[in-house]
Structure formats: C-alpha cells, structure tokens
Design a protein around this ligand. Structure first.
Ligand code: FBP
Ligand code: MG
Ligand code: MG
Length: 368
C-alpha cells in the first residue's frame, strides 16, 4: 500500500515501476496534466474575480456540439493546450472545445502520445458555483514521426494507457488510472502538491442511489423506465429497498460519488432527437470514465455494448452512457436484452410512468 504522503508525481513513477518500469514520456505528460488541472482549478476558484484573457479568435461562441461555450470552457481548453504542448510529450490533442484535433507543431512534436480531454465538464454549473472538473484520456500514437491523423484518435477505450479526471469542488482532486487500479489525490493548496489520499479506490457493490436527469423520462426507452420505476417503488417494489436519487449535472462529480458510495449514473439514449446517439461524448467523457469505473471494480455500458469495446467513428461521437456499481449496470443490460427479445412490453406504453393509470403493480415486472 503506497504511503499516504506520496505525491502524484512520485506515485506515477512507482506505479509504473511495479509493472516493468516507468515510461518517461507518459510520466512527464501526466505531470503536465496535473499542472494544467492546478491552473484550471485556481481559475475556477477565482470565479467572477478572474479576468479571462483568451487568445484572439478563441472568444466564447458556439462549439462543435452546437452548445454555448462559457468563458471558462475556452480558458480551460487553452490551459490544457498551453501546458501540455511543450516538451515533446504529445504529438496531438483533441478536445470537446475544438472541432478538429490539434497537431503539435515541430519541433515539439516528438512525443508519441495523444491527449484527449473535456477541459471543463459540467460547465452549466459554473454560474451556480457547483463542482466542475476536467476529464482526460491518453492513447499511444503509432510509432514513427509521422503527423498524427484523425484515425489515430479513433481507438477503442481498451487501448487507453491512462485516464482520469480532476474535480474542482470543496477540494481540488485528481483521480487517475494507468491500468492498475484507481487512485485519488487531493491538492494541498499551501504546498502545491497533489497527495495520495485515496489509494486503490473500489466502487462499493451495495448501493441505494441512482442518478439520471428525470426531466427526460418521457423520452427514455422501456428498459431505462423499468429500471428507474423499480427504484422509485422502493421497499414496496421488486427491488425490496428504498433508493435515493441524485443529479448534479456534472459527470465528474457523479463518478466521484459513485467511487465513494456506489450507485448508478445514466445518460441513456432517448427519443428527443432519435438521430443523436446520446448526450455524452465517447472519446473524452465515456471512455476515460469507463476505464476508471472498470479499474475500480464497476462497469460501463451503453445498455447494449461495453463502452470500452466501442470502435469510435468520429472525434466527437456521442454515446448512451450507463456506469456504476457492476451489479446495477449488469441489471440494466439484462433489461435491455429482455426488451430486445420482446419481453417486458408493459414498459413500452408511453402512458406508463409513476403517475399514470397504467402504473405497474409492485413486483409485476420484477426480474433480477
Ligand atoms: O444538462 P443535463 O441534461 O443535466 O446534462 C448534464 C450532463 O452534461 C454534462 O454537463 C456534459 O458535459 P459538458 O459540461 O462538458 O458539456 C455532463 O457533465 C452531465 O452529465
Ligand atoms: Mg463534459
Ligand atoms: Mg466540457
């Protein structure tokens, strides 16, 4: 068990040493990422006191997802680019806030890693002073010194060499995996180090919490409605226990809570825009969080496919995302399977919900 006063930088080296020796380039890149997260954390904590000075042509606008950028989205993106471009550790970066990937120009394009990130996750929460964060994923670029191509980024999540996220909340934290467990570090603000405070994080198996944006209920597929309805029925329903619901609207905060307390998070496919495959993005939201969850003993699925097995087709591809305690994810995957086999049709009625005349009698659909 690593010693509790171990810094992020030292831990990264030790963690790799236990498994065959440190990769100097990966270590240096992760150090740059932690520096960028410190800078973003300081900027976030200054709130309205911070004067954003974005580079010409990069002022907030509408991003590639047709979403309005906040000044902090743009600033956080610039901090990631600035901090991680130098020193020959990455050859390319892709971000939620950039339509195209960024090829690091020579002479700095020596590194053979690719960095993909959501510079500020949960940015709708900035105005209301609720926890936000940064999500990152690191892939290897093909060997050689060729320019990166978009295809280099379109690798399944199983090929991530490291993934993690920072939380800018009451405390600033980084949670990271290099493929051998999940470890949490808390920023000691006076000293400026991230110190290991949560070694070997494991998702608790027993859970009584789920997180979903209930305002979308009318658009969900039947298996999702079934899962939520059974939770809402509490002790009287097939689950035989009461559940709590949470919705922070910051994926980083939801995943951190699940690492500490267990539970399920869902942003499922819905019929609002049937052509849109989901809300969250595969490369820089779903994949890194899926790697973290699996490494901590949890699971992540679209409902029909393991997230980490998906072969991306576009940089900004969206996916349905269901992640959390393994048994809960497996349960909802079973509900999708049962539905796709033509069973459990009672949840198909658009009139079915907790307030409807068609409310299911307790236990009626209750599979395990
Ligand atoms: O607006 P909604 O439906 O509550 O969606 C919230 C979801 O959107 C996100 O905020 C998307 O992330 P961004 O802030 O990076 O766009 C997730 O963190 C969160 O799970
Ligand atoms: Mg996000
Ligand atoms: Mg974002």
């Amino acid at each position: 068990m690593p010693h509790r006063s171990m810094t992020f930088a030292k831990f990264i080296i030790e963690d790799q040493r236990r498994r065959g020796g440190p990769d100097a380039e990966l270590t240096a890149l992760l150090n740059d990422v932690q520096t960028a997260c410190k800078l973003i954390g300081v900027t976030v904590s200054r709130g309205p006191l911070h004067r954003h000075r974005t580079a010409p042509g990069t002022a907030p606008g509408i991003n590639v997802h047709d979403e309005e950028q906040k000044p902090l989205d743009v600033t956080a993106n610039e901090i990631m680019l600035d901090t991680c471009s130098w020193g020959g550790k990455v050859c390319g970066m892709a971000s939620e806030e950039m339509a195209e990937f960024y090829a690091v120009p020579p002479p700095h394009r020596k590194g053979r890693h690719l960095l993909v990130f959501d510079p500020l996750d949960g940015s709708s929460n900035i105005d209301v002073n609720v926890t936000v964060g940064t999500i990152f994923s690191i892939l290897r670029a093909p060997p050689g010194d060729a320019d990166p191509t978009e295809a280099d980024f379109l690798r399944p999540g199983t090929e991530q060499v490291a993934a993690g996220f920072a939380l800018y909340g009451p405390t600033t934290m980084i949670v990271v995996t290099l493929g051998a467990g999940v470890h949490g570090f808390t920023l000691d603000r006076e000293v400026g180090n991230f110190n290991l405070t949560h070694p070997d994080m494991r998702v608790p198996e027993e859970t009584g919490e789920f997180a979903v944006n209930m305002s979308n209920e009318r658009y969900w597929e039947p298996p999702v409605r079934r899962y939520v309805e059974e939770c809402v029925q509490g002790k009287a329903g097939p689950r035989g226990k009461d559940f709590n619901m949470r919705w922070i609207a910051s994926l980083v905060a939801e995943v951190y809570r699940i690492l500490i307390r267990g539970g399920l998070f869902m942003y499922p496919w819905d019929t609002r825009d049937a052509a849109r495959p989901g809300r969250l993005r595969l490369l820089y939201e779903a994949n890194p969080m899926a790697m973290i969850l699996e490494q901590a003993g949890g699971a992540a699925s679209t409902g029909r496919e393991r997230i980490l097995d998906m072969v991306p087709t576009a940089l900004h591809q969206r996916v349905p995302l269901i992640l959390g305690s393994k048994a809960e994810v497996e349960r909802i995957v079973r509900y999708h399977e049962a539905h796709d086999r033509g069973e459990d049709r009672v949840f198909d009625s658009p009139l079915f919900n907790t307030r409807s005349l068609f409310r299911l009698p307790a236990g009626a659909a209750g599979g395990t």
